[in-house]
Design a protein around this ligand. Structure first.
Ligand code: DSN
Length: 487
């Protein structure tokens, strides 16, 4: 065991409880070790690896010890299918308390009339939302009426027939290569089977959403559901304009704010940029910029609340009550004034990172950022996203490759690297630190060459990874992860 010195205590990471948390984790690991020591070892190793790397994956963060500890309790042992006060199992009074608190914090934090805390993930939250919207808007004929016996046996042609018979089952969302998400109607996800999908993209010149074009496409396609939200678009969205488009074509307006929920909670996105007052249904994960446990959440207007409330068992398995408890703790944290400072720092740091890249001659999709994401086009370094991602990882910089608009290397190798600032901002990184991160990333990429035999292989100039590792170690030790946690 090595001791971590307390240099810059971060309230988010619970430095004031470090001693108690250290004892709690030490005890937990000892108990785990007595049953399966390899899991205890892997758990310790994961902490060490997270402490020693520059975590720049835009969808990751570090939850507080309070959030993490909440997940390790006997709420895990309880079945509680159903809804608050109306369960299919007995003795759910404490689960009711937990779920009601999570929903109350979510409603208060986001100003939503209704919140549903059960979804296990963002995909689940979106499925609950889609089903609720279909349920509210469409009189769906049963499978028997359609002459279909087993939904698992449906061919692609059967799906097509099913969608057509079920009426307007059209969904419009942002295209994958301009930053949309798989669950917004794309083939590898069930939403791509459920819906006739049409994408809207971004302007090829500016890389920005073009609302006039989206309106034009919506008028032509007439979607039942218009979805806004992204996982790799480095800009803000005008949700008021999107709602106007939805209203004009009679669509339900759904926003998937999984990536930027922390910026909404922290009031960085307000007015037209706050999705909640504009959307009929808003979904999110709780573990990205919101900094909670891994899970999902649905917010809705009264009109859709009844159908969303049927999420379990209609779409979801039994609720993870221990995770709902941790959601309540994380949402309570996000209601504290310090969360607003944190959210603003996420955006300021993203800008510093983007400026750091631009000042060193790198090309960014849309030319910059005004949220938590920076999308670097690595073709200017002569690399694919896959090569860049691997070379950065060798130097201890954890990112993920991502498509860029009209990507010449396709969705697997890609031509971009997506960076996000929520995690390192939690550690205490500031604008100067992010400028240094940009410098280190550019140093790695400038010293990386494709090896010419495949889009995955590359060589890096000798000494680069070691130099960058050493420089990162300085930044990381000045901003320790879980300061004071003696593990
Ligand atoms: N996997 C998440 C992300 O990285 O953006 C989205 O599902």
């Amino acid at each position: 065991m090595t001791a971590e010195s307390v240099t810059t205590p971060s309230p988010a990471l619970g430095a004031e409880y470090a001693e108690t948390a250290s004892a709690a984790y030490a005890a937990a690991l000892k108990v785990i070790e007595s049953v399966e020591p390899r899991i205890a070892d892997a758990t310790r190793q994961e902490l060490a690896d997270q402490r020693d790397s520059l975590k720049l994956i835009a969808s990751e963060n570090y939850a507080s010890p309070a959030v993490l500890l909440t997940m390790g309790t006997w709420f895990s042992d309880k079945y509680a299918e159903g809804t608050i006060g109306h369960r299919f199992y007995a003795a759910c009074q404490n689960v009711d308390t937990v779920e009601a608190l999570a929903a109350e914090h979510a409603r208060e934090l986001f100003g939503a009339p209704y919140a549903y805390a059960q979804p296990h993930s963002g995909i689940d939250a979106n499925l609950v939302a889609y089903w609720a919207i279909l349920n509210t808007r469409i009189e769906a004929p049963g499978l028997a009426e359609l002459g279909v016996k087993n939904v698992n046996d449906l061919s692609e042609a059967d799906w097509e027939q099913l969608r057509t018979k079920m009426g307007n089952q059209r969904l419009m969302g942002m295209s994958l290569d301009t930053g949309g998400h798989l669950t917004h109607g794309f083939r590898p996800n069930i939403s791509g089977k459920m819906f006739h999908q049409r994408s809207y993209g971004t302007d090829p010149e500016t890389g920005l959403l073009d609302y006039a074009k989206i309106a034009e496409a919506a008028r032509e396609f007439k979607p039942l559901i218009l979805v806004a939200g992204y996982s790799a678009y480095p800009r803000r969205v005008n949700f008021a304009k999107m709602r106007e488009i939805a209203d004009e074509v009679g669509a339900t307006f759904m926003v998937d704010m999984a990536h930027f929920a922390g910026l909404v909670a922290g009031k960085v996105f307000t007015g037209d940029e706050d999705p909640v007052p504009h959307a009929h249904v808003t979904t999110t994960t709780t573990h990205k910029s919101l900094r909670g446990p891994r899970g999902g959440l649905v917010l809705a207007t009264e009109e859709y609340s009844g159908a969303v409330d049927k999420g379990c068992p209609m779409v979801l398995g039994g609720p993870l009550s221990h995770v709902m408890a941790a959601k309540a703790v994380a949402l309570a944290e996000a209601r504290q004034p310090s969360f607003r400072e944190y959210a603003q720092r996420i955006a300021d740091n993203a800008k510093a990172l983007a400026d750091g890249f631009l000042s060193r001659g790198a090309r960014l999709v849309t030319g910059g950022t005004d949220n938590h994401i920076v999308l670097l086009d690595v073709t200017s370094f002569g690399l694919t996203g896959r090569q860049a991602e691997s070379a950065l990882l060798d130097a201890g910089v954890v990112t993920n490759r991502n498509s860029i608009p009209a990507d010449p290397n396709g969705a697997w190798y890609t031509s971009g690297i997506r960076f996000g600032t929520p995690a390192l901002t939690t550690r205490g990184f500031g604008a100067d630190d992010f400028d240094r991160v940009a410098e280190l990333v550019v140093e790695v990429l400038k010293n990386t060459q494709p090896d010419g035999t495949s889009k995955a292989k590359y060589t890096v100039a000798d000494g680069t990874a070691e130099r960058v590792h050493a420089a990162s170690a300085e930044l990381l030790s000045a901003n320790p992860l879980y300061p004071g946690l003696m593990l």
